[in-house]
Design a binder for this molecule. Structure first.
Ligand SMILES: Cc1cc2nc3c(=O)[nH]c(=O)nc-3n(C[C@H](O)[C@H](O)[C@H](O)COP(=O)(O)O)c2cc1C
Length: 163
């Protein structure tokens, strides 16, 4: 049975939300925000403050911020795009929590990210290294506001589980 595609995105400032919705529009599928149980304030996101919530979480490899359960059953989906802002060069810890907590067995997971300039590569490598044998992690993409629809389509076309 062919299973559907879903886009899930974590976004604090709206950029990744925009990317996720744009991607879902191109894919013709649904999209849902992955929301932190306790949402991030402006102060929480201050990377210049070494004691801000995001700084403390990113310094702690084991930090696993709580998130709200999605209102959909992931069981119904075969390919799940997961979007996030790059924090300190990598994926925010809430993404690790989501990937560890939910059952992605037999599913394809496709990362995408937005950032101020950092590429997705480091996050991609980490996700493959940490979750690769358990999850099918396909080649992700940084999707910033300057993205061209054709480039997004070419990336989607090129996705394959053969590695
Ligand atoms: C705590 C924190 C750390 C960040 N670290 C990086 C970084 O290492 N490299 C980068 O290019 N952008 C970094 N950014 C910028 C975000 O990745 C970028 O603004 C992103 O598009 C925000 O997505 P959002 O609006 O969906 O939250 C950081 C932002 C925050 C809040």
């Amino acid at each position: 049975m062919k299973k559907d595609t879903l886009v899930v995105y974590f976004s604090c400032g709206g950029t990744t939300e925009w990317a996720g919705k744009t991607l879902a529009g191109i894919l013709g599928c649904g999209s849902y925000p992955l929301e932190a149980q306790e949402s991030y304030t402006k102060e929480d996101l201050d990377w210049r403050n070494p004691d801000s919530r995001s700084s403390l979480e990113m310094k702690d490899e084991g930090a696993r911020p709580a998130y709200k359960k999605l209102p959909v059953d992931l069981e119904d989906y075969g390919r799940i795009f997961i979007g996030f802002p790059i924090w300190w060069g990598i994926e925010p810890r809430i993404i690790d929590h989501f990937l560890e907590e939910e059952d992605f067995k037999g599913k394809e997971v496709v990362p995408f990210a937005t950032s101020g300039g950092s590429p997705i590569d480091k996050a991609q490598d980490r996700l493959e290294e940490k979750y690769g044998p358990r999850l099918k992690i396909l080649r992700g993409q940084r999707l910033n506001r300057s993205l061209e629809k054709e480039d997004v389509e070419a990336w989607i076309q090129g996705l394959t589980s053969e590695k």
